[in-house]
Design a protein around this ligand. Structure first.
Ligand code: ADP
Length: 188
């Protein structure tokens, strides 16, 4: 039974790794970015509120994300385990998640940090700009802002989980299959 948190800079490849690992291990892949993009695409009231935030590469409000994740992991399909991809992204979110687990009396999740060189990261982000995926938050300016936001607000979570003895690192400087092998290795 896995309850995992995937950490890493935008473009590091954690979403790709999460999708493969979740499928092969019957886990739910919970990508908060994908959930927010879905709301925006639906044009719901929430989506309209989120649109300008996500399009600028800023973070959506902590309280909203915490409620969203709390609700999602309480659904039946999550009983076998899940991967949180893109959450927590701030210290406040991480603390709220810990409180949630403590209140439910279940063991805290394991964090997996994907690490790649700056050079590879920039190359992957450039690829994504040209990939035809056409995400509004994948223009060069917004990618730059997302990296800045990541360094300021999310990177400190690596130390947070390290200090709890709940951090595993995976070297992401390899192709998709190789990184997946490394991930399986560290989790088994
Ligand atoms: P990537 O995988 O490329 O890093 P995501 O798809 O996870 O990007 O997220 C896209 C955007 O959705 C973020 O830039 C942010 O605006 C919003 N978002 C996703 N998760 C969170 C979160 N946990 N807290 C706040 N905002 C979030």
């Amino acid at each position: 039974m896995f309850r995992l948190i995937f950490l890493g800079a935008p473009g590091v490849g954690k979403g790709t790794q999460a999708a493969i690992f979740a499928k092969n291990n019957n886990l739910v892949h919970i990508s908060t970015g994908a959930i927010l993009r879905e709301e925006i695409a639906k044009g719901s009231e929430l989506g309209l509120e989120l649109k300008p935030i996500v399009e600028k590469g800023e973070l959506a409000p902590d309280g909203l994300l915490v409620r969203l994740v709390e609700k999602r992991i309480a659904e039946d399909d999550c009983a076998n385990g899940y991967i949180l991809d893109g959450f927590p992204r701030t210290l406040k979110q991480a603390i709220a998640l810990d409180e949630l687990f403590t209140a439910k009396n279940i063991t805290l999740p394991q964090a997996v940090s994907f690490e790649i060189s700056e050079e590879n990261l920039l190359a992957r982000l450039e690829n994504r700009r040209n990939s035809g995926e056409n995400r509004v938050d994948d223009t060069i300016e917004v990618q730059k802002n997302r990296l800045k936001v990541y360094k300021e607000l999310t990177e400190p979570l690596i130390d947070y989980y390290k200090n709890k003895g709940a951090l595993i690192c995976v070297d992401g400087n390899a192709d998709v299959e190789e990184v997946q092998k490394r991930l399986i290795n560290v989790l088994s």
